[in-house]
Design a binder for this molecule. Structure first.
Ligand SMILES: N[C@@H](CCC(=O)N[C@@H](CS)C(=O)NCC(=O)O)C(=O)O
Length: 231
């Protein structure tokens, strides 16, 4: 069995989408980041960064002790390798997936996160930061659009990198973007949007938000302004 520590955010949904695409059973452990569940000491043993998603696999293929993994990109790679799907084995195609996965983890995700932060969550507007991150997201959308001009999916075949990028494009309006400006990206987005397993994964735990945003006025004090924790 796999335990998934989860809250319905884009990084969390990457993992539920893959688990649903794989039809793998898992135990969902809600980790309410707006309430501060991520700061529980026990959770830091699983996710030293005190962020979700994280998994614990109680049935690793080597038959040994349970394996705990944090960082959504590493979780996607682990599950794709374990179940031998959505990550090609041939070097050329494998590194097509992996380089774009690194691009998502190091670029698209963090920049979109900052765009959301400065456009929606700050109480005192910071126009320079808002413009800076909106423009950078726009640049990254352009990179993905060009990549998709001559292929259906980011690495040719549908793979974990599509599952990693799609949840970050889904809230494009909050990032100040217009998909009509990116024809190839829009076509890809709508194709993935139609996949039943993607919709299932995206909807996991959505009812916990009661129709509201992930970040609320109450949760801002918990989420923003964190400094080093020394146990
Ligand atoms: N690079 C990490 C980012 C994880 C992350 O930032 N998770 C957010 C939600 S999407 C979180 O747990 N936030 C809690 C907090 O900021 O305290 C990943 O992709 O797993």
């Amino acid at each position: 069995m796999i335990d998934l520590y989860y809250w319905p955010t884009p990084n969390g949904c990457k993992v539920t989408i893959l688990l649903h695409e794989l039809d793998v059973p898992y135990r969902l452990i809600p980790l309410d980041i707006g309430r501060g569940d991520q700061f529980e000491r026990e959770f830091a043993k699983i996710s030293p960064n005190r962020r979700m998603p994280a998994i614990v696999d109680f049935g690793p293929t080597d038959g040994g002790d349970p394996i705990a993994i944090f960082e959504s990109g590493a979780i996607l790679m682990y599950l794709a390798e374990k179940y031998d799907r959505f990550l090609p084995t041939s070097e050329r195609y494998r590194y097509d997936v992996l380089q774009w996965l690194m691009w998502q983890m190091g670029g698209l995700g963090p920049m979109c996160g900052q765009a959301h932060h400065f456009r929606q969550y700050v109480n005192t507007p910071v126009p320079y930061a808002s413009e800076r991150y909106t423009n950078e997201v726009n640049r990254l959308y352009g990179v993905l659009d060009s990549r998709l001009a001559d292929r259906e999916y980011i690495a040719g075949e549908y793979s974990i990198v599509d599952m990693a990028c799609w949840p970050w494009i889904k809230p494009y309006k909050g990032q100040g973007q217009n998909l009509d400006d990116f024809a190839y990206l829009k076509r890809w987005f709508l194709t993935i949007n139609k996949r039943p397993k993607v919709r299932e994964g995206w909807n996991v735990g959505r009812e916990w938000l009661n129709g509201g945003p992930v970040v609320t006025e109450q949760s801002k004090a918990i989420l923003f302004g964190q400094t080093a924790v020394r146990d």
